[in-house]
Design a binder for this molecule. Sequence first.
Ligand code: SF4
Ligand code: SF4
Length: 125
Amino acid sequence: MTEKATVEKEELAQRLGEDADYDQLYTSGEIEEIFSNVVSYYIDPEKCQACMICAKKCPVDGIEGGKGKIHVIDQESCIRCGTCLQVCPQRFEAVVEVTGRDVPDPIPEEKRVVVRKKKAGKATE
Ligand code: SF4
Ligand code: SF4
C-alpha cells in the first residue's frame, strides 16, 4: 500500500466527536479525486464468449449470464474485487477496468446472444 493510501485509510478510520467534524476531513476536490480513482469492472459485449468462468468465480454472484449469453456485471452488487478480470481467459480478454469515467450501460437483454468467433482459417459456409 502506498504511503498516500495508508494516510487516507487512517483518516477514514478516525472517530470524530461531532458530525460537522466529518465535513472537514476532505475537501470536495479530494473527494472527487478518491471517487475518480475507484476502479470498476465492465464486460465488453463484443469480446465475451460466455464461458461462464467469471460468473462462477464472482464472490457476490454479481454477474448475470448463462450458456450462450453475453455476461453482464451488476454494478450495484459488484464489490470491485477484480476476480472476473483475473479469471477471464486470455484468449477472450473480455473484462476491462474502468477508472475516471462512467461504466458503459449494460447491453440490452435481447442483444445478449453470443456470436461465436470462427477459428482463423476455417471456411465459412
Ligand atoms: S469485480 Fe469481483 S465482485 Fe465485481 S463482478 Fe467482478 S468478480 Fe464480481
Ligand atoms: S470469463 Fe470472460 S469470456 Fe467468460 S463469460 Fe466471463 S467475461 Fe465472458
